[in-house]
Design a protein around this ligand. Structure first.
Ligand SMILES: [Mg+2]
Length: 401
C-alpha cells in the first residue's frame, strides 16, 4: 500500500475537451449533448449558472439559456485527451489506476501540495484541460478531497484535523458508492453526514451496508482497504447497448439494434480474448416496464453468428410489440478463450471463423463498421451519424463502466 493516494479529476471534462480544440468557447456557456442530441450530458460552469443541469433535455435548457452553445459529444476526441492525461499522471507516479475517462488514482509518497499543484499545471499545459487534485491516506478520502474543491481545486488531507473538518457537514451521499437507497437506510439510523458515518459503530455500518459499506467506513477513517488497481479487474460481464433514440416497436429496427449491439459485443470479446457461456438481453419499454431474458449457451461462444442467433432468439422471448427505448446485449459467464472447451453442440465452423477474421481485419484497417451485417441496414440514420461510431464503453482499459 502506498503511504498516500492521489485522485485527479478533470473539471467539466467534455466541455473542457471541446474548448481544447475550439478555444473561442472559453468563458461561454457550453453544453455537450448525448448522441441523440436530446439531453445535456455535461455543461460548463457558465451554463450551470443559468440553472441548466446534467440530464436536462435540450427543450428545457434552451428557454433558460438561449445563448448557450450546444455541441454533440465526440468520444473519439475525449479518449484521445483522456490517454494524454493518463500519460501525464504516469509521468509523476509509478502506480496509476485508469478509473474512468477523466479520473485517475495514483500513489504519492507524501501529502504534498506541491505535487498536487505540479500535476495540475502539467495536465493543463500538456493536455489543455483543467483538473482538480486530492491527496489523502485512502482512495475514498482522496476522491472526496478533489470533488470538494472544484474547479481547479487542490486539497490535501495530511492529518486528522483536516480529515474531520472535511467530513463534518458533508452529506453521506457525497461518498462514492452511497446512493439514495443506502443513504435512506443510513438515515433511518440517524446517520446523514460523513462525520456521523465515521463515528458510527463499524459493525452497525456492516449490518446496514454489508462489507462494501464497512470498506467505506475504514477508508473514511483513514485506513486504506481499497488498493490502487493498475490493471483492469477481470470482467464479470460485458454489455453493449444504450438508448435507441426514438422509442420503436418496428421489428426490423429492433432486430437491427440487436445485431448492431452484438457486433460491438463481439468486438469487445475479441479485444479481451474472452468467450461467454451466457447471454442476456435487457430491454426497457416505454412508457414503463421492461424485460430481461437469459440463455445459457451450449458451449463457450465468441463468434458473431452464434451469439447473434442466440440474441435474436432472446428478442423473440422478451418482446411482444411494446415500444422499446433502451437495449443492452450482455455477455456473462466469461472465460479465457484459450481454455474454453468446444462442445459437440457448438455450431461454430471454419467458415464463421474466416468471416469474423475478415470483418475484423477490414474494420481495423478501414474504419469501424465499414463491414457490418446486412441485418443492420434499417439503421441507416444511426450509422450515418458519426456521433454513433463510438461510445464511452468502447474505451478499453478503464477500471469502471
Ligand atoms: Mg470530472
Amino acid at each position: 500500500m502506498p503511504a498516500f493516494i492521489g485522485h485527479v479529476d478533470a473539471d467539466s471534462f467534455y466541455v473542457s475537451a471541446e474548448r481544447v480544440r475550439l478555444p473561442h468557447l472559453h468563458r461561454m456557456p457550453v453544453g455537450v449533448l448525448g448522441n441523440h442530441g436530446a439531453c445535456i450530458i455535461a455543461k460548463s460552469y457558465e451554463m450551470k449558472a443559468f440553472g441548466v443541469t446534467t440530464g436536462m433535455p435540450i427543450w428545457e435548457a434552451l428557454p433558460i439559456c438561449p445563448d448557450g452553445i450546444y455541441i454533440k459529444r465526440d468520444f473519439t476526441w475525449y479518449e484521445t485527451l483522456s490517454r494524454k492525461m493518463l500519460a501525464v499522471v504516469k509521468s509523476i507516479s509509478p502506480l496509476v489506476e485508469y478509473y474512468s475517462v477523466d479520473e485517475m488514482f495514483f500513489s504519492a509518497e507524501h501529502p504534498s501540495h506541491d505535487l498536487a499543484r505540479k500535476l495540475q499545471a502539467k495536465v493543463l499545459s500538456a493536455v489543455g484541460v483543467p483538473v482538480s487534485v486530492g491527496i489523502a491516506r485512502t482512495k475514498i478520502l482522496a476522491k472526496l478531497a478533489s470533488d470538494h474543491h472544484k474547479p481547479l481545486g487542490c486539497f490535501v488531507i495530511g492529518d486528522n484535523e483536516t480529515r474531520l473538518a472535511l467530513l463534518h457537514d458533508l452529506p453521506v451521499t457525497e461518498i462514492t458508492g452511497i446512493a439514495r437507497r443506502s443513504a435512506a437506510r443510513l438515515a433511518s439510523h440517524g446517520i446523514t453526514t460523513c462525520e456521523q458515518f465515521v463515528q458510527a459503530d463499524r459493525r452497525l455500518i456492516r449490518r446496514i451496508l454489508t462489507k462494501r459499506g464497512e470498506d467505506l467506513w475504514w477508508e473514511l477513517n483513514g485506513d486504506s482497504v481499497i488498493p490502487i488497481a493498475p490493471t483492469r479487474p477481470r470482467n464479470k460481464f460485458i454489455a453493449r447497448g444504450g438508448s435507441l433514440g426514438r422509442a420503436t416497436n418496428d421489428p426490423d429496427r429492433l432486430r437491427a439494434f440487436v445485431v448492431r449491439n452484438t457486433e460491438r459485443l463481439v468486438e469487445a470479446l475479441h479485444f479481451y480474448q474472452l468467450g461467454c457461456d451466457q447471454l442476456i438481453l435487457d430491454l426497457s419499454f416505454k412508457p414503463s416496464g421492461g424485460s430481461v431474458s437469459k440463455v445459457n449457451l451450449l458451449a463457450t461462444a465468441w463468434r458473431f453468428e452464434e451469439i447473434c442467433l442466440a440474441a435474436l432468439r432472446l428478442l423473440e422471448q422478451g418482446w411482444a410489440s411494446q415500444m422499446v427505448h433502451y437495449m443492452h446485449v450482455i455477455a456473462g459467464g466469461l472465460r479465457d478463450r484459450r481454455h474454453a472447451q468446444r462442445s459437440l453442440f457448438s455450431t461454430a465452423d471454419r467458415r464463421e471463423e474466416v468471416i469474423d477474421r475478415l470483418k475484423h481485419t477490414v474494420n481495423e484497417s478501414f474504419g469501424r463498421f465499414i463491414l457490418r451485417s446486412a441485418a443492420t441496414l434499417p439503421l441507416a440514420d444511426v450509422y450515418g451519424d458519426p456521433a454513433n461510431a463510438y461510445d464511452i464503453c468502447d474505451i478499453y482499459g478503464k477500471s469502471c463502466f
